[in-house]
Design a protein around this ligand. Structure first.
Ligand code: NAD
Ligand code: DAU
Length: 352
């Protein structure tokens, strides 16, 4: 059985759904259900005997340890985190608590559990830490993409907290021999992404007749990957990644933010023409830039391709159309997560 942390969030819920579609090994999902966690993402599994949900905090080491023992866990896939850069600028405390302290507590619980395993099971055990390309900092326009050997230069409280967690994970391998693997992935998009992040926020605002807020000049570049591809990459690393190694995951798909939003608007114009005519692109509004905004991220994903044989299956063109259609078909999901708390955040971030 595997333990997934943060499985009620965006990537974690896609991961669990994909895992149980492709195989039968049971999953325990440990999630505290912050604003970003939504058990409804996994409602298809409520009666599935292969799935168990446990509401709890990764910082609660004792509880995690007993969960690991109780379910004879052979692998931890660690997604749980505070994940939104803008929120980390307004309130870094939760980021240090969950991303740094939480990862540390989880590592301690995993190490103690691992030590109780018979020797042959100890070799098979994995702690897979899901991290981000943001730990490498920002690239200039003509820099080569990030490689696994690149220097860590995190620029936001979010990326600094993820960098700290990566270092802790690395140290647990080097010092204690815990079989860890770390993945550093670029920007994901797809179903179940909370509408605070660029793509779902713009789809939601477009359909609600609101401005599509573009920070600064909109020429910042991100390397977009469809979430299913991230999930299959993690599965591949879990199955074949070498303990102690890190693997970059990306879509070979660099896009400027303004171009992403224009593509979104074009698809929406076709799929759900604006009442009263005109294009959703007319709603694009340039707003104040994010403080310390990283200019460009790009992933060199050759290591995972050459060593583990993984490549993304979706292109940006196929992935973004599937994503827009998913949001159009799941207006009820968006309505349910766009709660009072969400509205307070939007007011704070973009002004009333
Ligand atoms: P998300 O914010 O959608 O979900 C995070 C989940 O973690 C939520 O379900 C939340 O309830 C849970 N959680 C938070 N604090 C917790 C705690 N203390 N104990 C237990 N559960 C807790 O995040 P996401 O976008 O799905 O990202 C998942 C992971 O992938 C994160 O570690 C993130 O750093 C990493 N990542 C994300 C992206 C991306 O583009 N979204 C890209 C690369 C890496
Ligand atoms: O690179 C991986 C990272 O991608 C993950 O580690 C993070 O968890 C995830 O949130 C994401 O971080 P970004 O900051 O890149 O994602 P976000 O969707 O917030 O922003 C994408 C780009 O769009 C970024 O350059 C900021 C810009 N942006 C964002 C918002 C919310 C805007 O221009 N306007 C907006 O309103």
């Amino acid at each position: 059985m595997i333990l997934v942390t943060g499985g009620a969030g965006f990537i974690g819920s896609n991961y669990i759904l994909g895992w149980l579609r492709r195989g039968d090994e049971p999953v325990v999902n440990l999630d505290i259900l912050t604003y970003a966690g939504n058990p409804a993402n996994l409602s298809a599994l409520v009666a599935d005997p292969r799935y168990a949900f446990h509401r709890g905090d990764i910082c609660d080491q004792e509880m995690v340890e007993s969960l690991l023992r109780q379910h004879s866990i052979r692998a931890v896939i660690h997604f749980a985190a505070e994940s939104h850069v803008d929120r980390s600028i307004h309130g870094p405390d939760a980021f240090v608590q969950t991303n740094v302290v939480g990862t540390f507590r989880l590592l301690e619980a995993a190490r103690r559990h691992w030590l109780t395993l018979p020797v042959q099971d100890r070799d098979r055990f994995r702690f897979l830490h899901v991290s981000t390309d943001e730990v490498y900092g920002s690239l200039a326009a003509d820099d080569p993409p990030f490689r696994e050997t690149g220097r860590y230069e995190p620029n936001s409280p979010y990326s600094a907290s993820k960098a700290a967690s990566d270092h802790l994970v690395r140290s647990y391998h080097h010092t204690y021999g815990l079989p860890v693997v770390t993945t550093n992935c670029s920007n994901n998009y797809g179903p179940f992404q909370f509408p605070e992040k660029l793509i779902p926020l713009c789809i939601h605002n477009a359909l609600s007749g609101k401005p599509l807020p573009i920070y600064g000049d909109g020429r910042q570049v991100r390397d977009w990957l469809y979430v299913e591809d991230h999930c299959t990459a993690i599965e591949r690393v879990l199955a074949a990644g070498r303990p102690g190694e890190t693997y970059n995951i990306g879509g070979w798909n660099e896009q400027a933010n303004i171009d992403v939003v224009r593509v979104l608007c074009g698809i929406l114009d076709e799929e759900r023409p604006r009442v009263g005519g005109g294009s959703y692109a007319d709603q694009i509004t340039f707003v104040k830039d994010r403080p310390g905004h990283d200019r460009r991220y790009a992933i060199d994903a050759r290591k995972i391709e050459e060593q583990l044989g993984w490549r993304p299956a979706d292109t940006f063109a196929t992935g973004i159309r599937k994503t827009v259609r998913w949001y159009l078909e799941h207006g009820d999901w968006v309505a349910s997560v766009v709660s009072g708390g969400y509205r307070e955040w939007i007011d704070r971030q973009y002004g009333r």
